[in-house]
Design a protein around this ligand. Sequence first.
Ligand code: ADP
Ligand code: GN1
Ligand code: MG
Length: 372
Amino acid sequence: MNKKINAIIEQFPFSGELKSAEATGSGLINTTYKLTFSDGNQDFRYILQMINTDVFKNPDELMSNIMNVTGFLRNKIALDGGNPQRETLTFLYTKDNAPYYRDDEGNCWRAYVYIGSCYTCDSVDSPVKAERSGKAFGRFQGLLSDYPIDNLFETIPDFHNTPVRYEAFKKAVADDVKGRLVDVKDEVEFALSREKDASKLTDMIKTGDLPVRVTHNDTKINNVLFDTITNDAFCVIDLDTIMPGLSLYDFGDAIRAGGVNSDENEKDLSKYGLNLELYEGFVKGYLASAGRSLTQNEVDNLAFSAKLMALECGVRFLTDYLNGDTYFKTEYPEHNLVRCRTQFKLVKDVEKNLEEMNRITAEIYRRSLLED
Ligand code: ADP
Ligand code: GN1
Ligand code: MG
């Protein structure tokens, strides 16, 4: 990294001299560095990120979405009386006025301002933290509710189209390129036994029963920044997958980390699973900030969406395991299988608790309407 970094850094109008560059974050797609510069008196920190162009095949469209959305958010946040420097990301144009730099190996780099006094976490450890994350994602959706949706490129087509994810999965089973199928018969059977659920939300889009909105589509808890002093969840990051989508994708995807004990990498399945108190906390926060804009169909399917998004994500991990770990970053050969198992455990937990989750959701929704 350090040899090449100077050539990359040259391209951006950073302040001061580079003091350090360290890898940061636990994302599974991009490669992220935290850069510290100094002018002798003051430090300036930035994030430098190499965009995974195997996943995001059109960086021009990707960065057009991001520049437009962050510009829109900056205005909205300022009008709201907030602090745009902290509550959304500030990207830097290169010295050639481009939103990213393509190096001589074809890698694409972008840079943005590092937001200080914050931390991220891969899991939540209290209902209040779950509530804060829920509020942040609900607010994010609210801020983008009048964003011109036709202005957005679909950075990854069919990203949350679960039936399409099943097609890719069945192909991976049929191809079995790594000969791993023999080890995952139970998981394959589990996935196939739930296939009938895969199209519920996409069918509701077709019948007009769910509204398509501007959504984040990757609402992992580590995509929210928490304030070191107040512990508030104040900024939603990782904006690559902002696309037309369903509020239910964002809600359900967030529960995979925000409504469970432990995180998706947990090997001991007795430690990972639905935590109803965390779920309740997340729903409280989410409905407090997004509740008024949701339709009854959306509210009625919040709990189900947690099952669907866990199922979809588990199927994606299993597909990648069968394909030989070509999509998600992995740290050891069974990593994707471990992740698949946590997600399928969550599917089972939601199935067992669906009635109670629906009751909790309806009760919080009812109360949130009374408070308005
Ligand atoms: P990935 O696509 O790999 O998940 P992210 O954009 O989520 O990449 O960034 C990875 C991590 O880097 C985040 O979880 C967070 O810890 C840190 N990070 C990213 N952007 C910022 C920022 N502007 N300020 C502070 N930390 C950040
Ligand atoms: C990836 O980039 P990251 O780590 O926030 C993935 C999500 C998955 C998640 C599973 C573009 O998110 O869809 O839910 O891993 N992002 C992309 O941990 O595929
Ligand atoms: Mg991330």
